[in-house]
Design a protein. Sequence first.
Length: 399
Amino acid sequence: MSKIEVKPDGTLVVPSNPTIPFVTGDGVGAEITPAMQQVLDAAVQKAYGGQRKLDWMEVQAGGTAYEALGTYLPEETMLAFRDYHIGIKGPLTTPVGGGIRSLNVALRQGLDLYVCLRPVRWFSGVVSPVKHPELVDMVIFRENTEDIYAGIEWETGTPEAEKFYRFLHDEMGVKKVRFPETSSFGVKPVSREGSERLVRAACRYALANGLPSVTLVHKGNIMKYTEGGFKRWGYEVAQREFGEALNSGKLVIKDCIADAFLQNALLKPEDYSVVATLNLNGDYISDMLAAQVGGIGIAPGANINYATGNAIFEATHGTAPDIAGHNVVNPCSLILSGVMMLVHMGWTEAASCVEHALERSFAAGYATADLAPFMPEGNALGTREFAEHVVSEIMNSNE
């Protein structure tokens, strides 16, 4: 087993056969994870002629882990992701009842993966509900540890909710709670440090990839100290650390109210390239943009800490138990997340092999049943057959 190393500045040192921990996932995970591995292995073989290889190491999480080990998130899994730095996972069952509220959130917070990275682009041939999906080409930096992901809530009717309201009313002078006896309460922490490191990562990404702007999306007109603080701290860190790029015109930093951004992203998406936003806004924005380019089935995602080098790449959809085992699920979300992983590792040649193979497949009408019926020359393939088709495109290409 070969571990990826991380330099003090966060730069990765990737061996030729890095060990990649992976979680198969629940539900459709058993179908999309092997498809992803098959495609990535073919791309690495094609790009590097056997000089590089991914060494897959399975770790457990989710419903299958609970059945086997009595816990949804074994400590060994957390240690593997931490020690090997780079990992990938299929969708996980959310535990019912007490304990962990969300396995995804637990992984992100446990490893301090403060960036949820969601690139959104259109592939020719994929049917979209908008007229010009080719104009949608954005990368979303969604804050991944604060805001609603902090999970600070008290349910109506509980002693904790009553105590919290009493504190607000008696100690803080809050008189605006309209129905205190039946209200639940939530607190959204937004820090300077959390905001700055997210915007810093977004600015560095924009400059590294030659992208023209970073847009801070917020609701600071109403929530002036949380969302407004995010906006203010974002501008400050950009001016302080990227002033030369801003002054030279290499980078533009701007902001937009969240509801206006949702409208603008439909009317003039070409105005935006990199978007930095808080957690809840980022959730809405990511899925809305994914719908514009064909749906969440082709929307990849990653959770990254650029300082420690830890990153988990993942399918952005759920376990889809209604179609699990039927060989119909679209594996592209996880495949494209694997592409992100290859790019993050610096294996860009292999990543390009996959992207180009998907482009050719979609343009020719080859896709799974969620996309193919809407294509002019659509040819619906099963999950396994689609993965085999993409592998064939990779291996038979002249790249």
